[in-house]
Design a protein around this ligand. Structure first.
Ligand code: ADP
Length: 419
C-alpha cells in the first residue's frame, strides 16, 4: 500500500479516491473503520472514510488514530489526512487536533497542510483560501450549518485549533520547486513549527508540493494535494501503469437524497425539483412527527417507476437559521441526518439501486446506515464527484456529492452518465 488516507468525511474520501483513480493509481474507499481482521485490498491506495469532521475532537482523534493503526499494520508507506478543500472545521477542531495526534503517532514533528483544489476553484495564496475569486469567508461557507467558515487565513484558523505553531510556505518558494518547498518546511521545523500551510494556485504547484513533502510522515490536504502523487510514484518506479476496468451495469430505480444546504446544492435541488417529482422534508415536522419518514417513503413508492425522484431537506440560509434557532444547530442536523439514513434504507427496500446523496455529513449517515463497506470508483460526473459501486448484494451505484461540488444540473447529469 503506497498511500493510506484517512478522510474526515465520506464525500471527501470519494473525492480523493476519484482523484487518484483518474490519475492511474488504483484506489478503494473503505467506509468506516475497517475491522481488526480485515485484510487490505490489492489497491495501491486505500482511503478510509470516517465521519469525524463535526464530532467532538477527542472522538475524532481516537477514530483517526485507530484508522492510522490499521493502515500502518498493513504496510502503508505514505499517510494522508484528507480534509475538505474549504477547510471545514471550527475553533475546537477537528483538523488541528487530529493532525497533531496523527503526527505524534507517526513520530514526526512537522506536517504540510494544503487544502487547494484548483480544479474546483479552491486556491491558497499567502495562506488565504479562495473559492474562485472570493475569499472563503465571503462565500456561502460562512453560513454552513455545522462548520461556518468566517476566517480565510489558514495560518490563523489552524493556529487556533492546534497546540503547535503554524507557519507559511509562500507561493514564491513553491514557484522555485520541490527542493525549495522541502527547505522551507525544514526551516519552519527548526523554528519550532508543527504545521506548514503551503500556497498553491494550480496543479503544477500541487505536484511540486507533493514532491517536496512526500518524505514527511504526514500530508494534510484536500484531494488536490494528492493529484501529483501518482505521477511521482511512477517516476520513482513504485507504481506501474494500470488500465482501468469497465464499470459494472447497475439497474434499478433511481433517487436523490439531498441534505446539503450549500449554495451549489440549493441550485441543484431547484433545478431537479422543476423537472422531476420532489419531496421536501421539514426538520420541524421530523422533530414532532415520528411518521414523517414513513410518509416520505409512501410518497416515494408512488413515484419511483417514472424515473429519478428527489427527497431533500436542503434549504437556504435564512430557513436553516430559523430552524436552528428553534431546534438547536446540532439537533436540527442530527434529525435530518437520521431521517436521510432511514430514507436510504427504505428506498433500497423499494428497489432503488442508483442513489445520489448530496452532503458530506449526509453521505456519512446514509452510507453507514446502508452498511456499504467498500466502494470502487467509477466514471466521473463533475470534478471530484464520480459514481461509485458497491458489490452488494445487491449491487448499488452510489454518488456521494460534497455540498459545494457540481453545476446546477448535476443530478440530471449524474443519471445520464450511467445510462
Ligand atoms: P455539505 O456537504 O454541504 O457540508 P453536509 O451534509 O455535510 O453538507 O451538512 C449539512 C448539514 O445540515 C447536515 O448535518 C444536515 O443534516 C443539516 N441540514 C440539512 N437540511 C437542514 C435544514 N433544513 N435545516 C437545518 N439543518 C439542515
Amino acid at each position: 500500500m503506497l498511500l493510506g488516507a484517512i478522510a474526515d468525511d465520506f464525500t471527501g474520501a470519494t473525492d480523493l479516491a476519484n482523484s487518484l483513480t483518474r490519475r492511474g493509481m488504483p484506489c478503494v474507499q473503505l467506509n468506516g473503520l475497517p475491522g481488526p481482521d480485515e485484510a487490505a485490498g490489492p489497491e495501491a491506495a486505500q482511503v478510509i472514510a470516517l465521519k469525524t469532521r463535526s464530532i467532538a475532537a477527542q472522538e475524532a482523534v481516537a477514530q483517526s488514530l485507530a484508522a492510522l493503526d490499521w493502515l500502518r499494520a498493513r504496510g502503508c508507506e505514505t499517510v494522508f489526512f484528507k480534509i475538505c478543500s474549504t477547510f471545514d472545521s471550527t475553533d475546537r477542531g477537528n483538523i488541528g487536533p487530529v493532525a497533531e495526534a496523527l503526527l505524534a503517532a507517526l513520530g514526526g514533528d512537522i506536517a504540510v497542510a494544503c487544502p487547494a483544489a484548483p480544479e474546483n476553484g479552491r486556491t491558497v495564496y499567502q495562506g488565504h483560501l479562495f473559492v474562485g475569486d472570493r475569499l472563503l469567508s465571503e462565500t456561502g461557507m460562512r453560513d454552513h450549518p455545522l462548520t461556518p467558515m468566517t476566517d480565510s487565513d489558514l495560518v490563523r484558523v489552524l493556529g487556533r485549533q492546534s497546540q503547535g505553531k503554524v507557519g507559511l510556505v509562500p507561493h514564491h518558494r513553491v514557484a522555485v520547486g520541490a527542493a525549495a518547498v522541502a527547505k522551507a518546511v525544514a526551516g519552519l521545523r527548526e523554528t519550532g513549527h508543527r504545521f506548514a500551510i503551503v500556497d498553491a494556485i494550480d496543479e503544477a504547484d500541487l505536484a511540486v508540493i507533493a514532491e517536496g513533502a512526500v518524505d514527511l510522515p504526514l500530508l494534510v490536504g484536500g484531494s488536490g494535494l494528492a493529484t501529483g502523487l501518482p505521477a511521482l510514484f511512477r517516476r520513482q518506479g513504485r507504481l506501474s501503469a494500470e488500465t482501468a476496468s469497465a464499470p459494472p451495469v447497475v439497474e434499478g430505480a433511481a433517487a436523490v437524497l439531498s441534505g446539503s444546504c450549500s449554495q451549489a446544492t440549493n441550485a441543484q435541488v431547484a433545478a431537479m425539483a422543476a423537472a422531476r417529482p420532489s419531496y421536501r422534508l421539514d426538520p420541524a415536522a421530523l422533530a414532532r412527527d415520528e411518521a414523517a419518514v414513513d410518509e416520505a417513503l409512501d410518497w416515494a413508492a408512488g413515484h419511483l417507476e417514472g424515473g429519478p425522484i428527489l427527497l431533500y431537506a436542503t434549504a437556504p440560509p435564512d430557513e436553516v437559521a430559523a430552524i436552528q434557532a428553534a431546534l438547536g444547530r446540532e439537533r436540527a442536523g442530527a434529525l435530518v441526518e437520521r431521517a436521510m439514513a432511514a430514507l436510504a434504507t427504505g428506498l433500497l427496500r423499494l428497489g432503488v439501486r442508483r442513489l445520489v446523496v448530496a452532503g458530506g455529513e449526509t453521505s456519512g449517515a446514509v452510507v453507514s446506515a446502508l452498511g456499504l463497506r467498500r466502494l470502487a470508483i467509477g466514471p466521473e460526473i463533475a470534478p471530484g464527484v464520480p459514481w461509485t459501486f458497491s458489490g452488494g448484494p445487491p449491487p448499488i451505484a452510489l454518488v456521494l456529492k460534497s455540498g459545494n461540488f457540481g453545476g446546477p444540473n448535476f443530478f440530471a447529469e449524474a443519471f445520464e452518465v450511467l445510462s
